[in-house]
Design a protein around this ligand. Sequence first.
Ligand code: 5GP
Ligand code: ZN
Length: 120
Amino acid sequence: MADATSEAGCMFCRIARGELGTPFVAESEHAVAFRDLSPQAPTHVLVVPRKHIAALRAVGEDDAPIVAGVMALAVEVARREGLLDGGGYRVVTNDGADAGQTVFHLHVHVLGGHQLAAMG
Ligand code: 5GP
Ligand code: ZN
């Protein structure tokens, strides 16, 4: 069924395929990076695997190169945004309701550009 939680109706799959014309901050074999619609920091970029994976809990053993690719692209985004030589950055993924996951296609948030709130 093509609802928002299935691959068929998945907005991030469509963005990753370039169907919505979303500008990419960076891209690689396994992942694409684009700015969050509702930024929570001066840099707020989402890094999304090209493959549809619903969340971190759905990552399989064969997906290891994809997860490595997502993390490598997150670092590349931080580099391009000037965060490696600046104040640093945070990489976060939300998995499930308590974490506030709203899009059910694995993504990491790359946040930086100001002092981030302490966690915990
Ligand atoms: P989650 O809470 O699932 O980790 O975060 C999903 C994020 O995706 C939110 O920060 C939200 O602002 C962002 N988002 C949702 N839909 C779109 C979209 O169509 N385009 C972009 N660029 N960001 C989106
Ligand atoms: Zn998807």
